[in-house]
Design a protein around this ligand. Structure first.
Ligand code: FES
Ligand SMILES: [Fe+2]
Length: 387
């Protein structure tokens, strides 16, 4: 249980709020690269409570600027693109990716008005079929090259899910809540012990990039482990087995805070495959995945929609002053403490967990994901040591 004040502190995402400042220290996903095309090079996006316009110039460079034109406030989302920037649809003022005003066409030729104009703008990088933006103080840190974004030995694709009507922290607390698996997902996932009383051990270890969550369940053939990291602060790294192909599908689930009461999930998926190679900067297939059917009902035969049902029904911003936590909620407790601690670190001018300075040739970050239930086993050395 938290006080109302603590709850506000951990959940609010706007500029100048404690969690908003923490979240701005991390690169955030803003769109799938495939969502910007030659025909539609501009997309309005809402990120951390800010209305922004993402665009791709005719030269292929990306920009992300505040939506409202500084001249007379028309929306740049209806603007026009050329080689080096975006033009307002109303009077044609033009801005580049750094937010500099390059032209004010209706002004006298010798006007210097444009030099006094600065539009808020954020750097954008493309990796693994996604576009990421950094909205914090400069210099921008390194964009983490997670394995799923950077691997080449297989196929990669990207999904955007329906916008979820609740605060980001609810989605992330779910990722350190292993005890919901059997109840919420047991029937769909065909878990042998669904709805039975079960014996499991849950461990949570804070490591360089977040919280490593490990579940050890007793079974007839001995202990079985699954281990998935929560990448601080708003990403889950997971793996599943495709029902269609029987192949492993590694994935990253980004939970982007749209604003205080909305969250956008992007998923990057990668399936190792001897027949395929995919470069990290390759064009990447994209699909939209609805969480509800045409009648607006949750698609409860799907694991992801089951989670969405749980998160949304907790409320737009869950009232943590009215909850009762048990011993099985230890992961939730650990994660909240970590968020609170990292908020403090940022407030004191420090560098929060997992943020590394931009440097030469950022390495691919390989994560130790295990899921023995679907055949992704522990490294042999470890299995032998614990056998
Ligand atoms: S409102 Fe944008 S140029 Fe005038
Ligand atoms: Fe779940």
């Amino acid at each position: 249980m938290l006080t109302q004040e603590q709850n506000e502190r951990l959940t609010r995402v706007g500029a100048g709020t404690p969690a908003g400042e923490l979240l701005r220290r991390y690169w955030q996903p803003v769109a799938a690269a495939a969502e910007l095309t030659h025909e539609k090079p501009i997309k309005a996006v809402r990120v951390l409570g800010e209305n922004l316009v993402l665009y791709r110039t005719t030269a292929g460079d990306y920009g992300l600027v505040a939506e409202q034109c500084p001249h007379r406030r028309a929306s740049l989302a209806y603007g026009r693109i050329d080689e080096d920037g975006i033009r307002c649809p109303y009077h044609g003022w033009k801005f580049n990716a750094a937010g500099r005003c390059l032209e004010t066409p209706a002004e006298p030729r010798d006007s210097t008005l444009r030099d006094a104009v600065k539009q808020p703008a954020y750097p954008v990088e493309r990796l693994g079929g996604m576009l990421f933006a950094y909205m914090g103080p400069k210099p921008a840190p390194a964009l983490p090259r997670w394995d799923v974004l950077a691997w080449e030995h297989g196929r990669r694709w990207v999904q955007r899910h329906s916008v979820i009507g609740c605060n980001w922290l609810q989605c992330m607390e779910n990722s350190v809540d292993p005890s919901h698996l059997y109840w919420l997902h047991g029937r769909t996932a065909h878990l042998a012990k669904a709805l039975d009383h079960y014996e499991e051990k849950h461990d949570f270890t804070v490591f360089d990039h977040g919280v490593m969550k490990r579940r050890t369940s007793a079974g007839d053939e001995g202990a079985r482990v699954d281990q998935h990291p929560l990448l601080f602060p708003n990403v889950l790294r997971h793996v599943l087995k495709s029902r269609q192909t029987g192949k492993l599908v590694h994935n990253l689930q980004y939970r982007l805070p749209v604003d205080d009461t909305h969250t956008q999930v992007f998923m990057v998926l990668f399936s190792p495959d001897d027949e395929a190679r995919t470069a990290p900067d390759a064009d990447t297939p994209f699909e939209f995945v609805p969480m509800r059917d045409e009648d607006g009902n949750y698609r409860l035969d799907q694991v992801l929609a089951q989670d969405v049902m749980a998160w949304e029904t907790q409320g737009p911003v869950m009232n943590r002053a009215a909850e009762i936590l048990g011993a099985a909620d230890r992961g939730v407790h650990i994660f909240r403490n970590l968020v609170a601690e990292q908020i403090e670190t940022v407030a004191k001018g420090g560098t929060p967990l997992g943020v590394t300075p931009a440097g030469q040739g950022a390495p691919v970050i390989e994560l130790e994901v295990i899921n023995e239930r679907i055949g992704l086993d522990r490294p042999q050395t470890e299995a032998a040591a614990t056998a």
